[in-house]
Design a protein around this ligand. Structure first.
Ligand code: ATP
Ligand code: MN
Ligand code: MN
Length: 335
């Protein structure tokens, strides 16, 4: 699912911030953000821009220059990041509805194009690029996870489910598949031509993944996170690259394997899963608590050093519910 970066919303709440006279904290779904005092009140409609929005250089956004000016390739703009002001975490931006120029909007629809907002994407190293053989295969779902802040309505009903929790690794998504005898290596969005310089292919060779999948004798895909040198700053301090898997997909049945089947398969292939932190997890009372729980040290922290984990991925045992909880501590460190 494409992310709705910018959408008209109802402001769910506005509260004072202790010790601050000029600013207040607004709640929009599961998000908290700092606004100017009196700018909005509870119940107002506004245009909400999520973190990672890249706003165009326009007069009405110039107030963002000091905090948020960025280049993205050739483009200049303003990148919205997680911030902390007066101890209050602030994620995203609320803009007055009038910026939509009288457009008849629906709450929740994506209006990023109206404002010229795109997603901020950090530059991608060449070893993770490569030449596309084609688009991502249509017979396998792309990897993705919704943010818990956008599931605040569902949170209450999720409490009756039992979940398993894995650490969210900060790398690059990889899919390896064997379909009708054809082995494929895909990055997040592309099916990649074989290449010695490409990190996704290097790991496939090193781990002998084509042969391992072929030996299973069926059409199958495994999906994971590529981590290590040259990937997202390699906070884990790995030599070379490696993959940690979080999905196995039965292509013929068009279905993900359940947790037990999945872990058994990955073990039988002599590969590794992402760190599994809890197999019998129930949600805390509030979404705010959930966010605090996401903070913590990565299981993959290098010896003698503690690195902030990116967050958690939480899935119901039946796999019908799945979402990510990104650590705000991690986001505050992001550059
Ligand atoms: P966004 O949609 O928030 O802009 P994004 O979709 O580009 O960001 P991420 O925030 O990295 O990507 O979240 C989804 C990705 O998380 C998946 O595509 C997958 O590659 C990765 N991931 C890392 N660790 C895990 C894990 N333990 N379980 C599932 N996915 C994981
Ligand atoms: Mn996404
Ligand atoms: Mn990621």
């Amino acid at each position: 699912m494409e992310r709705k970066l910018v959408s008209p919303v109802v402001i769910d709440d506005v509260q004072p911030i202790e010790g601050a006279d000029l600013i207040e904290v607004a709640t929009v779904k599961g998000w908290k953000l700092v606004i100017k005092k009196g700018e909005f009140v509870t119940g107002d409609h506004a245009v909400y821009c999520e973190i990672d929005s890249f706003l165009p250089v326009k007069e009405e956004f110039e107030f963002l220059r000091k905090s948020s000016f960025r280049r993205m390739g050739e483009q200049e703009g303003f990148r919205l990041k997680t911030m902390r002001m007066r101890g209050q975490i602030s994620q995203g931006l609320l803009l007055p509805i009038r910026l939509l120029d009288g457009y008849t909007y629906q709450l929740g629809e994506d209006v990023s194009a109206h404002l010229g907002v795109v997603k901020y994407e950090p530059p991608m190293p060449a070893a993770l690029g490569g030449i596309a053989k084609g688009n991502f295969p249509s017979f396998i779902p792309k990897t993705d996870e919704e943010r818990i802040q956008n599931l605040s309505k569902e949170f209450e009903s999720y409490k009756q489910h039992t979940f398993y929790v894995t650490e969210k690794l900060d790398g690059s998504s990889v899919t390896y598949y064997m379909n009708e005898g054809l082995f494929g290596v895909c990055s997040r969005n592309l099916d990649l031509e074989a290449s010695e310089d490409n990190s996704f292919w290097k790991v496939a060779e090193k781990e002998n993944i084509a042969a391992k999948l072929a030996a299973l004798g069926k059409n199958i895909a495994i999906q994971g996170e590529l981590i290590g040198e040259g990937i997202q700053g390699n906070a884990y301090g790995f030599r070379g690259q490696t993959a940690r898997f979080f999905n196995a997909f039965d292509i013929d049945a068009y279905r993900y394997l359940g947790l037990e089947e999945f872990t058994a398969l990955i073990a039988s292939l002599d590969l590794q899963t992402v760190p599994i932190l809890d197999l019998n997890y129930t949600l805390p009372a509030t979404l705010d608590e959930m966010l605090t729980i996401a903070d913590g040290a990565s299981v993959l922290s290098p010896q003698g050093k503690s690195v902030e984990r990116e967050g958690l991925v939480i899935r119901s045992t039946d796999r019908k519910i799945s979402f990510k909880v990104i650590s705000n501590k991690f986001l505050l460190n992001e550059r």
